[in-house]
Design a protein around this ligand. Structure first.
Ligand code: C2E
Ligand code: CA
Ligand code: CA
Length: 362
């Protein structure tokens, strides 16, 4: 008898078919036997054959967190048509009768928007709809190019760009996001080839959330990338965002120190907004402070100018570079220059471009 023919299971299936969370039923012998509509939506599949869960009874990370029945949270390894990734799930082991039992797997997500982000990310990875755009960062006094920020560009089915702010915050805590980081680094190779060919001298900054940066394998991923692509010190840099996630500061400092020793400069992104704090400048081996865009939007105000001057002074005294981003007008650029800010970035000077167009500017 297959599980879905069982009376209890039939009842369960009926009640979960239209549940907003993705559910899957897994038998110990035959793998996935059923998925609800939400699962089919997230994994873009109507065919159960397309998707597979690595048997998790023996899965190392599976952890029993409660003794009532047997429900536990686990990172399940899931293979879809083209990709393999870990998925945060809650698993219930449900007894059919004494001998046989099956697993009910619930994919954990915070919201419907998070499920959409999961779906879109999976689709982008499967269909190679991941690209990078490049925006120049320049010396405010001379206008010279000093570095370039790389910006992720994910596309939906219709070819439209999915706004980063709508997707990244919802997905970057998932291990699936590491596949996006790997895919974007593959793309990044091309700009280094171009840079070498043309003998251009600038740092290419990659955005990395503190969460990603602190993952076990991240340091090696970056260092391998540097050696495989034969990069020189200062070729690749990292912009660290979402520093609220840097819980263990000592470990973060050691870790960033290691990257810096290998010639990878670190920028502190969105400084002055959210949780980015002054003490990071003391505790982490930062070389560049990136003032949050919000300061550019309000830089005509006197109180904002006072704050900018304050950061300029700190950066000068601590021998750190300082960059104002989101500069959209000539007036804003002039104000930052007058206030002593060293570098700038924004639509006024340069709009993010895909590589082909970016190359034509040299
Ligand atoms: P961010 O690091 O602060 O990046 C700057 C954002 O400002 C980019 O938006 C850029 O296109 C936009 N921008 C540049 N100049 C101007 C300007 O003059 N005015 C205004 N209003 N905006 C300007 P984007 O590409 O949508 O990225 C949004 C955020 O997504 C980024 O903020 C960054 O936190 C994150 N992000 C982008 N690419 C990656 C990535 O590869 N990995 C990770 N983890 N996060 C990324
Ligand atoms: Ca950034
Ligand atoms: Ca920023």
């Amino acid at each position: 008898m297959t599980i879905i023919e069982d009376q209890q299971a039939k009842y369960l299936i009926k009640s979960l078919q239209h549940h907003p969370s993705p559910y899957l039923i897994l038998s110990k012998n035959t793998g996935i036997e059923w998925m609800n509509k939400s699962s089919q939506y997230v994994f873009d599949t109507s065919n159960i054959e397309d998707i597979n869960i690595t048997p998790f009874v023996s899965h190392g990370t599976a952890k029993k967190i409660e003794a009532i029945g047997s429900s536990f949270q686990s990172d399940l390894e899931l293979s879809l048509r083209k990709i393999k990734f870990l998925l945060r799930s809650r698993v219930h082991e449900i007894p059919l009768d004494k001998e046989e039992s099956f697993f009910l797997v619930e994919v954990l997500a915070q919201s419907e928007a998070a499920l959409d982000a999961l779906k879109n990310t999976i689709a982008c990875l499967e269909n190679d709809r991941i690209d990078m755009a490049y925006q120049k960062q320049y010396d405010l006094k001379t206008g010279d190019l000093v570095s370039v920020e790389t910006l992720l560009r994910l596309r939906d089915e219709a070819g439209n760009i999915i706004p980063n702010d709508e997707l990244i915050p919802l997905i970057e805590g998932e291990s699936l996001f590491s596949l996006v980081v790997i895919a974007s680094m593959q793309k990044l190779k091309e700009i280094f080839v171009f840079k070498k060919e043309k003998k251009l001298d600038f740092t290419v900054f990659l955005n990395i959330s503190a969460y990603t940066a602190m993952q076990e394998n991240f340091c090696n991923l970056i260092l391998d990338f540097v050696s495989e692509n034969d990069l020189n010190p200062g070729d690749l840099g990292l912009e660290i965002t979402e520093t609220a996630e840097l819980e263990d500061r000592t470990r973060a400092a050691e870790y960033f120190e290691k990257l810096q020793k290998h010639g990878i400069p670190l920028a502190l992104d969105d400084f002055g907004a959210g949780y980015s704090s002054l003490s990071y400048l003391r505790d982490l081996p930062i070389t560049l402070v990136k003032l949050d865009k919000n300061f550019s939007q309000t830089v005509s105000r006197e109180d904002t100018q006072e704050l900018v001057k304050f950061v300029v002074t700190i950066c000068k005294n601590m021998d750190l570079g300082m960059l104002a981003e989101g500069i959209e007008t000539k007036e804003e650029e002039e104000t930052f220059t007058k206030l002593g800010c060293q570098k700038g970035q924004g639509y006024f000077h340069h709009r993010p471009q895909f590589l082909e167009q970016f190359k034509e500017e040299f």
